[in-house]
Design a protein around this ligand. Structure first.
Ligand SMILES: Cc1cc2nc3c(=O)[nH]c(=O)nc-3n(C[C@H](O)[C@H](O)[C@H](O)COP(=O)(O)OP(=O)(O)OC[C@H]3O[C@@H](n4cnc5c(N)ncnc54)[C@H](O)[C@@H]3O)c2cc1C
Length: 303
């Protein structure tokens, strides 16, 4: 319910679709996460501009979320507003010269199959990344067969000072292993420079990557993909398996019996369960292999 006179009322008047005290478990693929003070979906730049002005005026912290497929939201949730870009931000468009413009709210599998159908190669390895374009750019999502970063020609961000969209050209973009210099910015979309190719070959690669995922990943469970980054030259899944932790459960969370770098919420897990399981894995891997595991999943909110 919107309290009278405060920022909640101001938001509910201008954005009637906003939800208050919204459980973020409804917006993460883990199905875990306490409430956001306010959750709203914004569908175009004019609304974003109004919202940004309102949030700045009220000194309201704002967190931008995509599909919530790389997030562990803690049990007391997120203070302030959580925003998801939808509507016009889910558009995609074929441009001349093997380029595609994609909005930050667009789902990556939809973009990857669009490119494949247009005979544009590059994004095939991303076919099974269940996030949005915004999340993929922030995370430099991908697999050992390819990431989104190298195909990114420019990124449109929301310039908080100028209160308007601004384009970051390729020269200003930095992509690393599951990281980029877009973290902490508001990503509105991008232009990808892809490679023209044979449509049948591209589709075959897409199907091959999909098949491999079905075989090796527990994609029908509540999870966030790889929990840890692979240390140089090693695979976390193998390390965790060798540590004897495959299938280990703690509360409602367990190391996936199918892929040991995945944690599944198999029975009403809390974020606390997942964090404790993460610490158990880290401790055992440190003790047995003297390897320090680094998180790939982003932990946000209040415990
Ligand atoms: C079954 C499964 C398989 C997976 N496989 C892979 C894989 O092969 N490779 C891989 O890299 N990842 C994989 N992931 C993890 C995840 O899908 C990716 O990290 C994805 O890019 C996250 O996108 P998202 O939209 O869900 O972002 P979220 O999880 O919602 O957010 C991730 C980060 O991006 C930020 N963010 C999101 N949108 C915006 C925006 N518009 N502006 C500013 N910041 C934004 C968030 O604030 C947060 O910091 C997998 C996950 C699952 C569940």
């Amino acid at each position: 319910m919107a309290a009278r006179g405060g920022w909640r009322e101001k938001i509910s008047v201008r954005f009637p679709g906003a939800k208050f005290d919204e459980p973020l478990s409804r917006h993460t693929t883990f199905h875990i996460g306490g409430p956001a003070d306010c959750y709203l979906e914004i569908g175009n730049c004019a609304d974003l501009q109004d919202f940004a002005a309102l949030a700045a005026g009220q000194k309201l912290p704002v967190f931008f979320l995509g599909q919530g497929s790389n997030l562990l939201v803690l049990d007391r949730g997120i203070r302030g507003a959580v925003v998801r870009l939808r509507g016009r931000f889910e558009d995609m468009e074929l441009l001349a010269g093997a380029k595609v413009r994609a909005g930050a709210g667009l789902r990556v599998p939809k973009l990857a199959s669009f490119c494949a159908q247009k005979g544009l190669a590059g994004l095939e390895p991303l076919i099974g990344v269940p996030g949005t374009v915004g999340g993929a750019l922030v995370m430099n999502a991908g697999t050992p067969d390819g990431e989104i970063g190298p195909w990114t020609a420019e990124v449109e961000i929301w310039d908080e000072k100028g209160r308007a969209p601004r384009v970051l050209p390729r020269a200003e973009l930095r992509f690393g292993y599951r990281s980029s210099n877009l973290s902490g910015r508001i990503v509105l979309g991008c232009v990808l420079q892809l490679k023209p190719g044979d449509k049948v070959d591209i589709m075959k690669r897409v199907q091959g990557y999909q098949r491999r995922r079905f075989q090796t990943q527990p994609i029908h469970t509540y999870n966030v993909g790889s929990v840890f980054k692979n240390p140089p030259g090693r695979f976390v899944a193998r390390i965790v398996e060798e540590a004897g932790l495959k299938g280990r459960a703690l509360g409602g969370a367990r190391v996936s019996p199918k892929h040991a770098n995945f944690i599944e919420n198999f029975s009403g897990a809390t974020a606390k369960d997942v964090l404790e399981l993460i610490e158990l894995i880290r401790g055992e891997v440190r003790r047995i292999f003297a390897i320090e595991l680094e998180l790939e999943v982003k932990v946000v909110g209040e415990a």
